[in-house]
Each structure stands twice: as C-alpha cells, then as structure tokens.
Design a protein around this ligand. Structure first.
Ligand code: MSP
Length: 536
C-alpha cells in the first residue's frame, strides 16, 4: 500500500526581469512550479514555492528614465504586475522575492565577502563579446557560432573591455563534468533534466570554461555595491542567482535549502543554472560558515512556447501577452488554461506551439468530453437510479480488465512517481487514464440497460459505486492541475478534502461511503468554436 511521503520540497522559478510585462513564458514556468507545489503539499510535504523578480539589470535604469521615473519606482510597478498576475492565476507561491529587497541584498554581500577571501575570486581585465540584452559575455567560439549576434534577440554583439572582479569558473571544469556525468562531487549529486539538456551542457563544457566577471562598472549606482570596489556593482546575473539561497538563508528556512532545491527554468538560462550556479555553490561551501550550502537537487529545464508556428517577438506582435491570457481564461476558465499549459506545453526538449485551435481541441477532448462528460454521466445516473445516494457494492462485480482497486493504486503510484521526476505531463496522464477507463467500463457494463431490470439493482449499484469511486480518486490526482473544477466536484460528491497532507490516505480504494447524497455536476461547458474565435 502507499506510504505517505514526508519531507520538504523547495521549488523555485526564474526571477523575471522587471522590464518585461508578464507573458505566457513567465506564467508557464510559474504554473509548472505551482502544480508541483500543490501536489507535494497535498502529499504531505512541507513546501516552499518561490517566485519573484530580477530588478538590477542595467536596462531598468534606461527604461525608468524614459518614463521619467526612478529605477525603483519603475521596478515597483512592474514587480507588482508580476505578483498581481500570478495571484490572479491562483498560483500558490509562498514568497515573492525582489532583488531590491534588503533581505536579499544583505545576504548577497555576505556571500561575496566570503568568496572574496578565497582564490576563487580575483581582479582582472576582461575583453569579449557582450550581449547587452542578456547582460552576458559569450565565449569567442559561441560568438562566432551565433554570427556575432545575440542568440536571444538577434541584436549585434558588442566588443567590450572591463576591469572587474572575476570568479575562477575554469577551476571547476572537472567537477562540473563529473556532476553532469552523474558522479558525486563532495558527496553530492546534481541533476539536469531532461537528458537532452544535460548532454547539451556537457557538450559546451568540453569546449572549455572562461572565468566569469562578477562585478560591473557604469550602472549608475543601480545594483548591489560590490564589496571593496566603491564604483562597481554586483553583476546582475550573480545577484539574481543568489536569490534562491538568500531567501532561505534564515534560521527558520535554512532547512529548505538543506533538502535540496528544485529550480524550474527554460533553455535560455540553462548555462547559468547548470554551470555557473553549481560552481558558485561549490566555492561558497568551502567558506567558513557556509559549509551547509549544498548543490540543488535538480535543475529542470523546459523549452519555449512559440506562437501559431512562429517565434514570439515584439516585432511580430505575436506575444501571448497578459491581455491574451486574460481572454483565454475568461473564455475557457482558469483550469482549462492550466491544463493546456501543462499538457501541451514545452515541458521536454522541444518547443511547443501555442495555437488557438489546439487550445480549443484540448479543452473539448480532454475536459469537456472526458472529465466533464464522465463525471456528469456518473453523478446523473446515481441521481436517476438511486435518488442521489451513493449505492453500496464495494467489492462486487470484478470484471476482467477492470480490477478497480488495483487500477487506482497503480494510477496513484504512477502519478506520484512522475511528479517526483517533474514529469507533470505523465502525472496528469496517469489520472486521465483512470477517467478514460471509467468511460470504457460504462461502455462495457451498460448501466443504463442494467437499470431496466429490477432484479439487477445490486449489480447496477456496484457498477456505479466503482465508477464514482474511481472518479473520486482520479480527481485527487487531477486537483493540482485542475483545482477549481475538482473542488467543485468534491463539493458535489460531498467530500471534504484537506489540501495539505492526506493525499495517499484519501486515495485508497473504498473511501467513498455508501448512502451519501451526491449532486449532479456539469464541470466544463461546451464552447462553440465561432464564439471562441471572436473572443481570443
Ligand atoms: N532574470 C533572468 C532569470 C534569472 S533567474 C536567477 C531572466 N528573466 S526573464 O524575464 O527573461 O525570464 C526568463 C524565463 O522566462 C525563462 O527561463 C522561462 O522560464 C520563461 N520564459 C520566457 N519566455 C519563454 C517562452 N517563450 N516559453 C517558455 N518560457 C519562457 O532570464
């Protein structure tokens, strides 16, 4: 039987640049983390889910000036837009970090002070190809490969020379290769998923590593002052990466770091998370007072959404922006939005196309015709034939191929195993498989025919009990992705479900008590395509 897992889960998203408005890409990463966090809380873990904004980029100074605002006023406005959007989408983040907060800045200073005392940090000259949009230097070979244009926004790279503090990344080459090859370093493992992304990093690692600048000049005082150099600030990427650590670096929260964070990111920032970040942590771990700092448990790197077959770009004006997201949610509901992101999104190593027709089809096939139809059929039959009272018949009628207690147990463990690997799609599919199986069971047993024979009342009761019980168990597994409608379903079948802990116990076969009155439900209204096209 299932074991109730216990433990801690610390899940993070990238912190988003405040210069952008929230769009589907940001909402995607944060929604994935939300599904994971909800599942883990439900399964009894103590969870910390962190998202937030990255505010010290140089472009914030320019954008603010253009609006006649101070950088902080501009950052305040945009950080609020992210926070409001994520709240409106029902994301259950436990904390929202802003890199302009003192709690973050003071810890970053402590980390750099400690690192500065080690041979891993030195002052030197740097000249290289600079991607101003990303605030990132590219190696000579990578710059050549990208034809001296930014691989992210296509703008020309700039030749730049600076005197900075550097981090000796080159000294970590061997350890990083070892880690990415699945070997422990310093007694610790580090996983980059999916496999294709891990191989990509390994390939680039073999080309050799440059040391990285960690201080910057000329930011007009916007940023964290670099310790020991009055006119410099901390390089925005180093400042940003440290958010994951700074926010849990308190007596109450350090336990979350010790349990090993899971960083959800996308392919654009893989190098920072899979190479620079673990090297920094290995370096910090050697410093006095920071021996507790361990490597992240996993970096999960998803791919990109494109839009109707094309890369999303400002010039094409095809961003799935906040207004578009609002229209989808207004038309189909928030659960449908979440379901589409999680099941049709770029979770693996290939990009996914955001297309109105695909959204509609997914909604109609999976939510209207499968989850909606099945829950409505079963609750309607219980109302029609048993006056709404859950019939008895827990163990009766074991039809070959429909051994429900076993099927449900398998779905619950498949879903949990998938979730642990951050295979969110697999976790949802395990639950959807159960719902489809209930449909097949109804087709095989034909309860509407059985109902015509009064001598077969027990058989009818057994069929419908099994249908509703399997749906109840499926609904528990679907809740992290479909919270609104599954809660509506629980209300209709009179189930009082706690959201923190209890999943494994609740998901045992036989939890549904005969005699309880259930209401008919209609969870997902059918939506006609013409109306949708007009709306989205
Ligand atoms: N501030 C840095 C991250 C620092 S993390 C320590 C940054 N910010 S960002 O605003 O550009 O956000 C990048 C992230 O947004 C991606 O890694 C991804 O999570 C999400 N996405 C942005 N565009 C995306 C798509 N088109 N598709 C999917 N997700 C994408 O980089």
């Amino acid at each position: 039987m299932f074991k109730e897992p216990s433990g801690r889960q610390y899940v993070t998203t990238p912190i988003y640049y405040v210069n952008d408005r929230p769009h589907v890409g940001h909402c995607y990463s944060s929604t994935l983390a939300d599904v994971y966090a909800r599942f883990m809380r439900f399964a009894g873990h103590e969870v910390l889910f962190l998202t937030g904004t990255d505010e010290h980029a140089a472009k914030v100074v320019d954008a603010a000036a253009a609006k006649g605002l101070t950088p902080l006023q501009w950052a305040d406005q945009n950080a609020k837009a992210f926070q409001d959007t994520f709240t409106w989408l029902g994301l259950t983040f436990d904390d929202f970090v802003r890199t302009t907060q003192d709690r973050h800045k003071s810890r970053v200073l402590a980390y750099l002070e400690a690192l500065r005392q080690t041979p891993d940090v030195y002052v030197g000259e740097y000249e290289g190809w600079y991607d101003a949009g990303q605030e990132e230097y590219l190696t000579e070979s990578r710059a050549k490969e990208c034809e001296f244009k930014s691989p992210i926004n296509g703008k020309p790279l700039v030749r730049k020379r600076e005197s900075n503090s550097f981090f000796r990344l080159s000294g970590y080459q061997k350890q990083l290769e070892q880690l990415l090859n699945g070997q422990a370093v310093d007694g610790q493992m580090f996983h980059v998923e999916p496999e294709a992304r891990r191989n990509e990093v390994l390939g680039r690692l073999r080309e050799g590593l440059n040391d990285v600048p960690i201080s910057r000049s000329g930011a007009n005082g916007w940023g964290i002052p670099f310790p020991g150099s009055a006119d410099q600030t901390v390089y925005v990427w180093i400042d940003a990466l440290f958010n994951y650590l700074s926010i849990v670096d308190t007596d109450e929260r350090r336990k979350f770091w010790e349990s090993g964070p899971l960083h959800v990111i996308a392919k654009d920032i893989l190098w920072f998370h899979a190479v620079i970040w673990p090297a920094f942590l290995l370096a910090l771990r050697k410093c006095k007072g920071f021996e507790w700092v361990r490597l992240p448990k996993m970096v999960y790197c998803h791919s990109f959404w494109i839009s109707e077959g094309q890369k999303m770009s400002k010039s094409l004006g095809n961003f799935i922006d906040l207004e578009t997201i609002q229209r989808y949610v207004a038309t189909y509901g928030n659960d449908a939005w979440r379901y589409y992101l999680v099941t049709q999104g770029p979770l693996g190593a290939t990009d996914a196309d955001f297309a109105a027709a695909k959204f509609h089809e997914t909604y109609s096939t999976d939510l209207v015709n499968t989850v909606g139809n099945c829950t409505s059929r079963v609750t309607a039959m219980i109302n029609k034939y048993f006056d709404g009272a859950v019939p008895g018949g827990k163990s009766a009628l074991a039809l070959p191929g429909f051994e429900w207690p076993r099927l449900c147990e398998e779905a619950v463990s498949a879903s949990s195993r998938a979730m642990e690997k951050f295979d969110l799609y697999g976790a949802v599919e395990a639950a959807m498989g159960l719902v489809r199986k209930v449909d097949a069971f109804i087709n095989a047993t034909e309860p509407f025919k059985v109902a015509k024979d009064p001598a077969r009342q027990d058989e009818l009761g057994a069929i419908l009990y099994q249908c509703l019980e399997a749906l109840r168990i499926a609904s528990l597994l679907l809740w992290p992705v479909l919270p609104e409608k599954m809660e509506q379903f629980w209300k209709a079948i009179k189930q009082n479900v706690p959201r923190e802990g209890g999943l494994m116990e609740l998901a045992r076969w036989g939890g549904l008590s005969p005699g309880k009155k259930v209401d008919k439900v209609a969870l997902y209204p059918r939506i006609e395509l013409p109306r949708v096209e007009a709306a989205v």
